[in-house]
Design a protein around this ligand. Structure first.
Ligand SMILES: Cc1cc2nc3c(=O)[nH]c(=O)nc-3n(C[C@H](O)[C@H](O)[C@H](O)COP(=O)(O)OP(=O)(O)OC[C@H]3O[C@@H](n4cnc5c(N)ncnc54)[C@H](O)[C@@H]3O)c2cc1C
Length: 292
């Protein structure tokens, strides 16, 4: 590993000033679980790292409002989110995802801002947060903006963040009544997914409404399956409807092979598992918040 300078700001303002300096050519570091591997593998060579550890005490809060919306500060760890009683009640889908995301050692140090900035298309939470319509909060000296998670990723390890921006928060709307994530792995259940399928919807008089469906580990970024959503919207669930939605999903999605599986294998997984995702969503734990 090449030598590097470690910068340790004590405040967010100080960190943003360093990021904005024209001669800054380094990277911010949160839990370092991804960046340290990339440096060790020689994929990422930078001469300075900006540690966010000194900001953590002031940027790790998790708040859930009465209407079920949640806000998570950017330096909260995945483990803190996993264990937060309010978030577990308001967003049981997230608890389900954390159970097989990496392992406790990684979850206890990886922070949500670092996680979402990483941009590996195999990650579990981006398709899940996309179905929930979540936004990241991006901050620089120029100001604060929110970016929808489903617009954050622009390609392999590429995000819409500007070079001087930090993710300082995550805003998650209330979880719909029905939501489920299926992580399909070829090795251990907490391994990287071969395919991830996330769905969320409400029910109105027994009919599916506002269906949102995303897949991960299938292309260079989370992919929304809008044709399949339109097959489902306004319909009562049935096995036949599930088969039609799965076929629509396979027809609309151009899947990319990787070391976990070929295109044909991923298509077969999508066809087989999409109906199950909707059936599980209908039975999944209900969010505690009132359905405003
Ligand atoms: C063994 C192992 C197994 C894993 N398995 C899974 C899995 O099954 N599913 C899954 O989804 N993920 C998995 N991961 C990925 C893991 O979740 C990420 O490594 C982790 O979340 C990255 O978070 P971090 O805080 O450590 O980020 P860091 O490593 O600190 O940073 C990652 C990237 O984000 C940038 N960055 C850091 N903080 C910020 C910020 N606040 N704003 C802007 N940019 C920032 C860094 O410069 C770097 O480019 C696994 C990782 C490991 C090591």
């Amino acid at each position: 590993m090449s030598p590097f300078e470690l910068l340790q700001p004590a405040t967010l303002d100080e960190a943003l000033k360093i990021m904005a300096a024209p001669d800054f050519a380094g990277r911010p570091v949160s839990g370092a679980t991804a960046i340290s591997l990339m440096r060790r593998a020689g994929i990422l060579n930078v001469d300075s790292l900006l540690s966010l550890e000194g900001l953590r005490e002031s940027l790790r809060d998790i708040r859930v409002a009465d209407d079920g919306q949640a806000r998570v500060d950017g330096l909260a760890t995945l483990g803190e989110m996993e264990r937060h009683p309010g978030l577990r009640a308001s967003h049981p889908l997230l608890s389900q995802v954390f159970a097989t995301l990496a392992n406790p050692r990684v979850r206890n140090v990886a922070m949500i801002g670092g996680y979402l900035s990483h941009g590996d298309p195999h990650m579990d939470l981006p398709p899940v947060l996309s179905t929930l319509n979540a936004n990241v909060v991006a901050q620089s000296l120029r100001g604060v903006r929110e970016i929808a998670v489903d617009r954050l990723y622009q390609g392999y390890y590429e995000t819409a963040l500007a070079a001087d921006e930090l993710i300082t928060g995550l805003a998650i709307p209330r979880q719909p009544a029905c939501a489920y994530y299926k992580k399909i792995t070829t090795r251990a259940r907490h391994d990287w997914p071969t395919l991830g399928i996330a769905a969320a919807f409400d029910l109105d008089g027994g009919r599916i409404v506002r269906a949102r469906l995303f897949i991960g580990a299938a292309t260079d970024r989370p992919l929304r399956l809008q044709q399949a959503e339109s097959v489902l919207d306004g319909q009562a669930w049935s096995a036949e409807l599930g088969r039609r939605a799965a076929q629509a999903a396979v027809d609309e999605a151009t899947l990319v092979p990787d070391s976990h599986g070929s295109t044909a294998y991923k298509q077969a997984l999508l066809l087989a598992h999409l109906p199950e995702v909707f059936e599980q969503a209908l039975r999944a734990p209900q969010p505690a918040a009132r359905q405003a």
